[in-house]
Design a protein around this ligand. Structure first.
Ligand code: THU
Length: 133
């Protein structure tokens, strides 16, 4: 892994500390790198109405988009999973929307890391092309 991606993973670990996960106790952190070199972070935000929970990945994307950034090159995600964290289907769809080629650095707390891309995690994604656009 190159140094930029190591730094991104470190930012994800920092963001993980802010997780609001009183129900699952499964804290997730994400850090998103933009083409302009900025980093936006996210953590999971749970709710007593469980289904309203927002994943760390989507929080990071929302933060970047709200700041006017849409050109994403990489995202690091870390969680206390047995192996590298596996982003949920909803998050995969959100990531592919912006860049199927986005690099993903998926990690756990034991230092296990999987490098892949958003598109590789969601073959056959529904996209603007499916809308005829
Ligand atoms: N979660 C994430 O934030 N990202 C993932 O990639 C997987 C799951 C969160 C949602 C919920 O707060 C907790 O992890 C357990 O599902």
């Amino acid at each position: 892994m190159n140094r930029d991606l190591e730094t991104l993973l470190k930012a994800a670990r920092e963001a993980q500390r802010q997780a609001y996960a009183p129900y699952s106790h499964f804290a997730v952190g994400a850090a998103l790198l933009t083409a302009s070199g900025k980093v936006f972070t996210g953590c999971n935000i749970e709710n007593a109405s469980y289904g309203l929970t927002i994943c760390a990945e989507r929080v990071a994307v929302g933060s970047a988009v709200a700041a006017g950034e849409r050109d994403f090159v990489a995202m690091a995600v870390v969680a206390p999973s047995p192996g590298p964290i596996s982003p949920c289907g909803a998050c995969r769809q959100i990531l592919v929307e912006f860049n199927p080629g986005m690099r993903l650095i998926l990690a756990n707390l034991d230092g296990e890391v999987l490098e892949t891309t958003a598109g590789d995690l969601l073959p056959g994604a529904f996209t603007a092309r499916d809308l005829g656009l």
